[in-house]
Design a protein around this ligand. Structure first.
Ligand code: GRG
Length: 287
């Protein structure tokens, strides 16, 4: 199957799974379910679930088994929770996400916090339903203080500071962005019973692609408009970003180098071209 067709087919499966697995809007207490569905079903590239499936296929898995769909849906719910919390006034204070009002603008801060919490809880229910303890543990580790939360903490602590080191820049983005991307690949591989070698390769590939994804995100923040991205732009002025530290041209060069290195890590099999295409897409995307 061509890469574009596989992306579209997988996205459709994940959208259907999100729709089926989230409580209906009419379910009491209605407001929280409306907020959860508003954010989880309101657009997004679905990159992380796609990575779960690409890794699963690359490691020899076939089709769309339920346990892999549970894992793919779970990482998208975790990503959605992190976006809701990141947009809150106490964090990035952003009123616009995925082309429309962010969760707290639409439902108020308290419901937005609780919607994030509930998506996080639902994600772990789904991870448990994979029947694979290691999958649950890997995701928990990737999104705690040694992952997503750790990166977000340093992003906040270092905002507006001068003299931030390159190590700190890499720490933030490796944790805030690359950790969830890496673990998405990793759990796809675990669910395909991959060898330790394949797991190591995909983890390194994920780290490089994850960093490149964040660099491109930072570049787009400078070069694109709110209409193109569906979120507020030019907001990163005080933030520790790649363009702020290296400038735009050098940032583009670093992202390209990371993608080239990621591709070189992969031994060839039928699904390798898809992982190449994905890595290219991360830096050629327009939104
Ligand atoms: C609140 C614990 C906590 C963490 C927040 C996700 C995040 C960490 C912050 C959001 C802002 C940001 C620039 C994060 C880096 C990751 C990133 C580029 C998120 C946007 O992901 P996309 O482009 O979003 O995949 P869509 O909408 O396509 O799903």
């Amino acid at each position: 199957m061509k890469f574009e067709s596989y992306i579209e087919a997988t996205k459709r499966r994940v959208e259907r799974s999100l729709d089926r697995l989230l409580p209906l809007e009419e379910t009491y207490p209605e407001v929280i379910h409306r907020a959860m569905r508003y954010m989880a079903l309101g657009g997004g590239k679905r990159l992380r679930p796609l990575l779960v499936f690409l890794a699963y296929r690359w490691c020899g898995g076939t089709g769309y088994p339920r346990r892999v769909l549970f894992a793919a849906t779970a990482v998208e719910l975790i990503h959605t929770y992190s976006l809701i919390h990141d947009d809150l006034p106490a964090m990035d204070n952003d009123d616009f996400r995925r082309g429309r009002e962010s969760c707290h603008k639409k439902f108020g801060e308290a419901i937005a916090i609780l919607a994030g919490d509930a998506l996080h809880a639902k994600a772990f229910e789904l991870l448990a339903r994979t029947g694979n303890n290691r999958v649950v543990r890997e995701v928990a580790q990737a999104i705690g203080t040694d992952g997503l939360v750790g990166g977000q903490v340093m992003d906040i602590v270092l905002e507006g500071k001068t003299g931030v080191s390159k190590e700190e820049l890499y720490y933030i983005h490796r944790h805030k962005t690359a950790a969830l991307i890496m673990v998405s690949l990793k759990i796809g591989a675990i669910l395909a019973d991959a060898s330790p070698r394949y797991l190591r390769i995909l983890t390194s590939y994920g780290e490089k692609v994850g960093l490149a994804f964040q660099i491109k995100d930072d570049i787009l923040d400078v070069t694109s408009t709110r209409e193109e991205l569906g979120k507020t732009t030019k907001k990163d002025k005080e933030k520790v970003t790649f363009p702020a530290v290296f400038g735009l041209k050098e940032s583009e060069h670093i992202a390209q180098k990371l993608v080239d290195e990621a591709k070189q890590l992969l031994p060839r099999n039928d699904w390798t071209p898809h992982l190449y295409s994905l890595a290219d897409l991360v830096i050629t995307r327009k939104a």
